[in-house]
Design a protein around this ligand. Structure first.
Ligand code: TXA
Ligand code: MG
Length: 337
């Protein structure tokens, strides 16, 4: 479906599937989502089944109208309204105290609910026509990179849901920022499309959940999903630290060693370095937005090429770089060289 020329009859058909308790995959500006009626326990259960996802990992509830927030959440203060006004519709999810109407299966047994109003026209139209609040995690099998393009989402999930709307590539390419507003200081539980810098401008002091900044078995991530292995391709991923001077040489040396061992090696880099490397080289983008847009797709592409090892350049952590390095570090299982 063309997002600039929406087929409303088709959308209504898919909306009916959701209203009747079925599952529908749809595009959003961040990644593809696997939706079902968030307030219907049986429907929400189907999401966990389709993904093979642990049921203590709560779902994000998607709405098409800011007013719907009052149905789902309580204790919304000025900070909440500020963030919704400034960034919705868009790539940020807000965690509030939940109302009783949100079933435990949707909230992963927590007393909070995560809510997002996406900006993708197909997503908005589908939610609106369905007439329900739509719980939707990323539309991948649990642990795999989130799908951001039509081919990958169709291939992986086609037989697992009641409907799929294919609507081109996700623009952002990484999942939404998850912001917890239930504590004294706003806390980013998952970095994403809306950056720490942008949030600080609106809210003043904003923290990032310390658990996601380092690998430390003793700190438990506040977003349950962040504790699971995630985004992992079949190949082993290493991030090559940028601190040494001869950066390109360092990567090429590593690649040479592995090629000698008979391994198939993939390299992910900023576009301008593409011609400097040997092996299966994929340029992720010209800048950080490009890298975010292409990262998940490239991890999947590397699998298709059948590489044994992937070396990725390290990226700056400012702006969207925080989210990029968060996903990349998880895909690499925290392995740096
Ligand atoms: O961009 C996105 O957010 C996509 C699209 C489809 O909207 N959805 C998505 O959902 O990434 P999912 O389920 O893959 O990730 C949701 C994250 C998980 O890490 C989960 O643990 C966290 O949000 N989360 C959900 N509800 C929460 C809550 N009440 N408290 C803390 N973390 C929560
Ligand atoms: Mg996910």
């Amino acid at each position: 479906m063309d997002k600039d020329n929406i087929d409303i009859d088709k959308i209504q058909e898919f909306g009916k599937i959701l209203r009747d308790g079925g599952t529908v995959i749809f595009p959003t500006e961040t990644v593809y989502g696997l939706g079902a009626d968030a307030l219907d326990e049986n429907a929400a259960k189907k999401i966990y089944e389709a993904k093979g996802r642990p049921s203590d990992n709560p779902l994000i509830v998607h709405i098409a109208d800011k007013k719907e927030i009052n149905k789902l959440a309580t204790d919304i203060d000025e900070r909440g309204y500020k963030v919704m006004d400034k960034f919705w519709p868009g790539p940020i999810t807000i965690v509030f105290k939940k109302k009783d109407i949100v079933p435990a299966i949707t909230s992963g047994n927590l007393d909070t609910v995560a809510v997002r109003m996406p900006s993708h026209p197909i997503a908005l139209s589908l939610i609106k026509e369905s007439g329900v609040c739509v719980a939707a995690p990323s539309a991948n099998i649990s642990g795999r990179p989130s799908p951001t393009d039509e081919d990958n989402v169709y291939e992986e999930m086609n037989t697992r849901v009641d409907g799929i709307i294919l609507g081109g590539n996700s623009n952002v390419g990484l999942e939404s920022t998850v912001l917890d507003l239930t504590g004294d200081i706003p806390m980013i539980l998952r970095p994403g499309g809306v950056t720490l810098e942008e949030l600080s401008e609106v809210l003043g002091e904003v923290m990032i959940d310390p658990a996601i900044l380092e690998k430390n078995e003793n700190i438990i991530a506040r977003a349950p999903g962040m504790k699971y292995t995630h985004y992992a391709p079949n190949a082993e991923v290493f991030i090559v630290k940028k601190d040494d001077g001869d950066y390109v040489d360092k990567i090429n040396k590593l690649v040479d060693e592995k090629l000698k061992e008979g391994k198939k090696v993939g390299i992910m880099c900023i576009n301008k370095n593409k011609d400097k490397y040997k092996g299966e080289v994929i340029g992720l983008g010209d800048d950080l937005d490009g890298v975010a847009h292409n990262l998940f797709k490239t991890l999947r592409e590397m699998d298709k090429k059948g590489v044994d090892i992937i070396y990725s350049e390290e990226f700056e952590k400012g702006g969207i770089g925080q989210a990029i390095m968060n996903r990349l570090t998880k895909a690499a299982g925290y392995k740096f060289v």
